[in-house]
Design a protein around this ligand. Sequence first.
Ligand SMILES: [Zn+2]
Ligand SMILES: [Zn+2]
Ligand SMILES: [Zn+2]
Length: 133
Amino acid sequence: MSDEETSPGVESRIPAPDLTCPKCDHLLPNGLGIITCEMCNVDVKVEHEGTRKKWREEKISCPSCSKVLIAGVDKRPANLQCSSCSEHFVLKPNRPKAEIICPSCNRKLRMNKRPGVREIDCPACDVQFKVSF
Ligand SMILES: [Zn+2]
Ligand SMILES: [Zn+2]
Ligand SMILES: [Zn+2]
């Protein structure tokens, strides 16, 4: 687990568009700006004005006092300060989820969508299988 996943903060509910790498066709890490493909290391420029706008207008609740705040910034992660209790916290990027169907028992599994090949152990039938994004 990376620091990003364990540090305190609020996860944005708005993901950037899902894009695949123009060079190797794997899923790119979710985000805007210069995104580096984790599979082939190529830099891809990703811009999406609609997402930037939604990010600026996103409502989030302060992890400390629960007051609803407007993000007001068009990047993720962003450091925010609550206008009510002055608590500093990080507004973290959305981590897109994927729904996978186990090929053995057809159970639906939800997981974080990450570029590359993942090995899955189905919790229902113990079958191991691979998915790639
Ligand atoms: Zn690539
Ligand atoms: Zn607060
Ligand atoms: Zn299964």
